[in-house]
Design a protein around this ligand. Structure first.
Ligand code: GAP
Length: 477
């Protein structure tokens, strides 16, 4: 039973130290969130799982970590300055800012009808106040701006810089650096994980859409004559498997082929993997939101960042670049711009999906309902909690602390004696700790402890000397 809605997770996340509203002591900051002690561990575990899967376990992918602030020219030639816009609409009545492409259109709207005309005809309602007095859509560039240099004025165009809206461009501009230093031949990929920023018009739904977020992107470089559409399908399949391996239910994942008129400026084909973030909505179609996208970006980016390509009149398309980011294929003795398949996933959306899917409730023998977060062991922030059965017995406390220290080098363990055993178990269940290890009077005699399983509540006795190996075996993905 996954979480019934996102609000259930918002409340659990705050109560148990996963995610807090940001800047709360000053009244908060809309759609900004801070990750607490357990949230940062969960995010790190998602990123590590992704990095291990792509960079360590495969032989054809390298990693990079590029700057968040790049030369502004990168965003000119990537197309973001000219095209990274959302259509912005204002409600004149309640002053709410809206995205034209997300407005609900009248039910009798003909397919392909122009939203501008519908707004002019006053047939579209503001979702906030119901007024039909809306402005016409105008393009709004979503890149977050800053200025560089101590003496720069806010309106000095030479000082203007952007916080990256995607990690991908930091990969493209390093394509040759990575390919030559690592002596790579096609096909190969470059992976990067890090923060991205977008001045979203309508952020919201907890960590689903925020202005600051984290991406896990990989650019997979292939030959121009590769079967690009088939490769998109292959990566879709591999990511579906990865998500299922993280604990997401197959029934909560679906695919969405992005229609040609909605493709990003660089894409010839994009398939989105969708997650059921809104199970409470009666209309099945509105239950889904994008978890990640897999795009065929052609050779658009490498070509546009290169100094060689010329237009019909023989003029260089990019007179600012100092490099040609092409690739020489020794086997066919030809130079070309590699084509790219790009799986682009969000860390925060993955974390939200994982939390929703892991949520479950169970009633104990006293009739009390308990929350159990059935996180996959590889993602659980804490792997084992060591609990003394009597906190007023120094020998038991000492032994429990020693057990915790002995586990620490191989797995994340915590010691907790801040409540009765029932309460301690409940707290660990609610944060997804797969194992509770109890030290009792008997432990002092037989050098053994009780290991309790989060999902079954079953208990077994294990020798302290075997404990680390026993837990490691059970924690293996
Ligand atoms: N380089 C391609 C690219 O950035 P995208 O579909 O715009 O593609 C990829 O973004 C992923 O990044 C999304 O599927 C989503 O998981 C995440 N993402 C994008 N915008 C986001 C936002 N405002 N808040 C949280 N995650 C976001």
């Amino acid at each position: 039973m996954p979480a019934p809605n996102i609000d259930t997770i918002v409340s659990l996340a705050k109560r148990r130290g996963f995610v807090f509203p940001s800047s709360e002591v000053y009244g908060g900051l809309g759609s900004a969130w801070d990750y607490g002690p357990l949230g940062v561990e969960l995010c790190n575990n998602v990123k590590q799982s992704w990095w291990r899967w792509l960079v360590y376990e495969r032989d054809d992918i390298e990693g990079v970590d590029s700057s968040i602030i790049l030369n502004r020219t990168v965003w000119k030639y990537s197309g973001h300055e000219a095209t990274f816009h959302d259509p912005l609409v204002d409600c004149r009545e309640c002053k709410t800012r809206l995205r034209a492409d997300k407005l609900e259109l009248p039910s009798d709207t003909a397919e392909g009808a122009d939203v501008v005309n519908l707004i002019k005809e006053k047939r579209v309602k503001c979702p906030n106040c119901g007024s039909t007095d809306l402005t016409e859509p105008r393009p709004f560039n979503m890149m977050l701006r800053t200025t560089l240099g101590a003496a720069s004025a806010d309106d000095d165009p030479t000082a203007l810089a952007y916080l990256r809206p995607e990690t991908a461009q930091g990969i493209f501009i390093n394509f040759l650096n990575v390919q030559t230093t690592m002596r790579r031949k096609l096909p190969f990929g470059i992976a990067q994980v890090g923060k991205s920023f977008r001045n979203e018009i309508t952020p919201g739904n907890f960590i689903l859409r925020t202005r600051e977020f984290e991406q896990m992107e990989m650019e997979y470089f292939v030959k121009p004559d590769a079967e690009h559409f088939k490769l998109v399908d292959e990566w879709v399949e591999q990511y579906m498997e990865w998500f299922v391996g993280l604990g997401l239910g197959k029934e909560n994942l679906s695919l969405h082929e992005v229609p040609p008129n909605e493709l990003a400026h660089y894409s010839k084909r994009t398939v989105d993997i969708m997650y059921r973030y809104f199970p409470e909505r009666p209309d099945e179609e509105r239950q889904w939101e994008e978890l990640m996208g897999i795009a065929y970006r052609t050779d658009f980016d490498l070509r546009s960042h290169s100094n060689k390509p010329a237009d019909e009149e023989g003029k260089r398309v990019n007179p600012d670049s100092t490099e040609d980011l092409s690739y020489f294929d020794e086997t066919i003795k030809q130079r070309f711009y590699p084509h790219v398949i790009e799986p682009a996933a969000g860390v925060n959306r993955t974390v939200l999906a994982v939390l929703m899917d892991a949520y479950s409730e169970r009633t104990n023998e006293k009739g009390e309902t308990r929350v159990i977060l059935k996180l996959s062991p590889q993602l659980a922030p804490i792997k084992a909690a060591i609990l003394p059965l009597a906190k007023n017995k120094p020998e038991i406390v000492g032994m429990a602390k020693a057990v915790k220290r002995s586990l620490q080098p191989v797995l994340r363990a915590v010691y907790d004696d801040t409540g009765g055993i029932g309460k301690l178990y409940a707290r660990q269940d609610e944060i997804g700790t797969p194992f509770c290890v109890t030290v009792d009077h008997q432990s002092l005699e037989d050098e053994a402890v009780t290991v309790r399983d989060r999902d079954t509540w079953e208990q077994e006795r294990v020798k302290v000397s075997d404990l680390a190996e026993h837990l490691q075996k059970k924690l293996k993905p």
